[in-house]
Design a binder for this molecule. Structure first.
Ligand code: CAA
Length: 379
């Protein structure tokens, strides 16, 4: 597999990097501190065509390739992983599920506003008792005339308080388990829909995460995606794509922390020489770079597999596992290498360490990724 980037991919990488440095970096510490999301900057990402990157122009996308999108998530996450996850959830999860499984009419109605950055998108699967066990969804959708009436709640929903378009999974037939789950597009304005508790988090603090509440929520029957009972498959397939996005977020965090540590190694003088002249630290940097590069190849392979129409469930699980474990390991090591400064906000590494932790948890914990990988070995 050739991982050399095309001219276009290099151009998008540079555009995303310049954008992150100019528009996100100056505010990233304050936004983390205040849990405030840079909405205007996100809209600019839409105007630059980053949010719609991997989708065709006829649905409001930019007509780019999937690897370009993944590289953009990586570049954004090097600087601001909160924007990285808001981006990935909108593009991979909300738009991915709609693009893969909705009708052309539904795609034309909902995708352009989401892909242009005018509206945020969310993915509503997780519930208090349906986390790793996604089949445990108890939100119900009862058909009544031209509407489905939804009752229940979702938790830990990224972009919840900001979104206007939600891809939601609810049971239309409880007796059928996963085969009774159905997918719906829910608009924020639908009667009976509201936002519940907004979470106060350890990391990705500027990303907005909340509960969704459905109380006799009226969803037009035409907002069912595909057929009743197809929801679990839609959710799983969508999450396969989402995991490549989270892998890119994790890789970006690891690379961001690595760059800060590398610079510090050159500038910080102790015992009369720069830190990197200590072989222990130089070797540590070599090990971290190796870990990052290995994870990157798994990520780019998963993205290219998806782009070229090959099965990507297992490659996505491997990429998610490798990149997010690298994010956690590299940020912890980077904080250690920066000594006392690594613990201070202005050096950014402590934030990256907090941000890294959730990447090992959401969109399928890394234990779930091992379940998927080991399942493929012993089928
Ligand atoms: N693609 C398509 N279909 C799939 C699939 C996939 N990747 N994986 C499973 N399916 C299908 C199976 O083929 C099966 O279909 P049949 O019944 O027709 O054979 C059906 O789904 C059930 O499959 P399983 O028996 O394997 O299902 P399971 O109940 O054992 O669960 C699981 C499998 C992988 C553990 C799944 O529950 C899972 O992925 N759990 C993690 C949930 C998760 O990732 N949540 C993230 C929430 S979103 C989030 O975090 C977003 C955010 O805001 C950041």
């Amino acid at each position: 597999m050739d991982f050399t980037l095309s001219k276009e991919q290099e151009m998008i990488k540079k555009m995303a990097r310049d954008f992150a440095e100019k528009e996100l970096k100056p505010m990233v510490i304050d936004n983390d501190e205040n849990s405030s999301f840079p909405i205007e900057a996100y809209k600019k990402m839409g105007e630059l065509g980053l949010i719609g990157l991997p989708y065709p122009k006829e649905f409001g996308g930019s007509g780019g390739d999937y690897l370009s999108y993944i590289i953009a998530v990586e570049e954004i996450s090097k600087v601001d992983a909160s924007v990285g996850i808001a981006y990935s959830v909108t593009t991979s999860l909300c738009s991915g599920g709609i693009f893969n499984s909705a009708s052309d009419e539904q795609k034309k109605k909902y995708l352009p506003d989401v892909l242009s950055g005018k509206k945020f998108g969310s993915f509503g699967l997780t519930e208090p008792n349906a986390g790793s066990d996604a089949a445990g969804v108890v939100t119900i959708a009862e058909k009544k005339g031209d509407y489905y009436i939804l009752n229940g709640s979702k938790c830990f929903i990224t972009n919840g308080p900001l979104s206007e378009t939600f891809l939601v999974f609810a049971s239309t037939d409880k007796s059928k388990g996963t085969k009774g789950l159905s997918a719906f597009i829910v608009e924020k304005s639908f009667p009976g829909f509201s936002i519940g508790k907004i979470e106060n988090k350890c990391g990705i603090r500027s990303a907005q995460v909340s509960e969704l509440i459905f109380k006799d929520c009226k969803v037009p029957a035409e907002n069912l995606i595909g057929e009743e009972g197809k929801g679990f498959g839609i959710a799983m397939k969508t999450l396969d794509g989402g995991r490549i996005g989270v892998a890119a977020q994790g890789l970006g965090i690891a690379e961001g922390a690595f760059e800060i540590a590398k610079q510090y190694m050159k500038e910080r003088i102790q015992f009369g020489k720069p830190l990197y002249k200590n072989q222990y630290l130089a070797f540590k940097m070599a090990e971290l770079q190796l870990e990052i590069e290995q994870a990157k190849y798994l990520l780019y392979k998963a993205a290219i597999d998806k782009q070229e129409g090959r099965s990507y469930t297992v490659p996505a699980a491997k990429a998610k596992l490798a990149c997010t474990d690298a994010a956690m390991h590299v940020t912890v090591e980077a904080a250690q290498m920066l000594g006392g400064n690594g613990y201070m906000r202005e050096y950014n590494v402590e934030r990256m360490m907090r941000d890294a932790k959730i990447t090992q948890i959401y969109e399928g914990t890394n234990e779930i990724q091992k379940l998927i990988i080991s399942g493929s070995l012993f089928r």
